[in-house]
Design a protein around this ligand. Structure first.
Ligand code: SF4
Length: 406
């Protein structure tokens, strides 16, 4: 089931081998935080980001040493590299010389039309796309004054002016971002941008801050737009290890069914007084165990056997804790009972077998007697705990009777 509305039709550009827009899968981006001149350090981070789900990685190109670093990084990178060009227009040309697959220009930083057009002409000749990256925090002062602040209209006009300069030199391999740290402003600006042009849009809430607040802000802005069909590539902007950005981007797209699942979807009960284990710790251990596995399965960790398997019957596989052991289930059916300290390992082994063999085969391979044993545990726990939290009605009746007699 697709959560988002029909995707907004856009023209397509190619950042290296990654298509953006024109119906291409929505891509995930992140940015290195190393000095780009540190080639080995930056490449290590690029590989980490690619491993965590980034399709494209941006590096700063703020001086000559960075540009020279890019020349060495680009040929060895597993993903296309975007050069972020700040105030020095010459770095745009240097980054193109370095062979980057895309440039990012901020219209608020490089403002002279002749310089912007020169970079666009060079990019055009090399068939390298450019992102027009408008940012509310560094909006052109004239536009700020004209609109009385960084309004959605001001952000969109900034992008359109830059686009006009590009068009003057016959260049339209462009994607656009109109970011702000305010979620409502960013959402309004992207909606307006989407109504105005048919270029692919790069979504992000800029300077969102550290997680969890930064993740929440990023998700609020990006997911709102994606659900409306707006957005062709995304970047979380977190004050954290950028690997967290790449993971968040990937997980958001997978959660919205906008990208095929590559990794685990871990669901876990929130725990309650019935929990027989430390659900939070087991869920964390399970997440850590599955993280490097690339197993596209939905895994449930449930704190008790009373409600666990039933509540998680939609999961591919799961474990529910009870009486110092775990009930391992596939599609809600118990297939094995394992000691408590082996629960996570058992989950991982079963998930690998499930991916290899399929549901039917794993149900057929269930341990004999596992379901009966599990049912016994469950019945005993029901005896101890009461068969339902809603047994409260019985208690209410007892209280009433006892009070009536006084
Ligand atoms: S599965 Fe059990 S422990 Fe977890 S929330 Fe439900 S009743 Fe509570």
């Amino acid at each position: 089931m697709m959560l988002a509305a029909a995707r907004r039709p856009t023209r397509r550009i190619d950042v290296g081998r990654v298509p953006i827009g024109g119906g291409a899968p929505i891509s995930v981006q992140s940015m290195t935080i190393t000095k780009t001149a540190d080639v080995e350090g930056t490449l290590a981070q690029v590989y980490a980001l690619a491993g965590a789900g980034a399709d494209i990685v941006r590096c700063t190109c703020n001086d000559q040493a960075a540009a020279e670093g890019l020349a060495r990084i680009v040929p060895r990178s597993p993903v296309p590299i975007v050069a972020d060009v700040h105030n020095d227009w010459r770095m745009g040309i240097a980054a193109l010389e370095a062979g980057v697959q895309c440039l990012r220009l901020n219209p608020g930083n490089i403002r002279r039309p002749d310089r912007i057009k020169l970079i666009a002409s060079e990019a055009r000749d090399r068939k390298v796309p450019i992102r027009i990256g408008v940012n509310a925090g560094s909006l052109d002062k004239d536009l700020y004054d004209k609109y009385g602040g960084a309004t959605p209209e001001a952000l969109v006009e900034s992008a359109r002016i830059e686009l006009g300069l590009f068009e003057e030199v016959g260049f339209d391999e462009v994607k656009i971002s109109v970011k702000a740290s305010s979620v409502p402003l960013m959402v309004a600006a992207y909606r307006l941008m989407a109504d105005t042009v048919d270029h692919p849009l790069h979504l992000g809430v800029t300077e969102a801050g550290p997680p969890p607040a930064g993740l929440i802000k990023g998700t609020a802005g990006i997911a709102t737009l994606l659900a409306e069909g707006i957005g062709d590539t995304i970047r979380y902007s977190l004050t954290a290890d950028p690997v967290e950005e790449a993971k968040a981007g990937r997980q958001l797209l997978e959660a919205m069914n906008l990208r095929d699942r590559k990794g685990v979807d871990l669901i876990a009960c929130p725990s309650c007084g019935r929990a027989e284990i430390d659900v939070i710790q087991v869920a964390k251990d399970a997440m850590a165990a599955f993280e490097s596995e690339n197993l596209p399965v939905q895994v449930a960790v449930m704190g008790c056997v009373v409600n666990g398997p039933g509540e998680a019957r939609e999961a591919d596989i799961g474990i529910a804790a009870g009486r110092k052991r775990g009930h391992l289930f596939v599609k809600g059916k118990v297939v094995r009972v394992v000691p408590e300290d082996e629960m996570v390992e058992a989950l991982l082994t079963e998930a690998r077998l499930l991916v290899e063999q399929g549901v039917e085969a794993r149900l057929a391979a269930a341990d004999e007697g596992a379901a009966e044993e599990a049912e016994k545990d469950r019945a005993e726990l029901l005896d101890l705990q009461g068969d339902d939290a809603n047994a409260s009605e019985v208690a209410v009746e007892l209280i009433r009777k006892s009070l009536d007699g006084r």
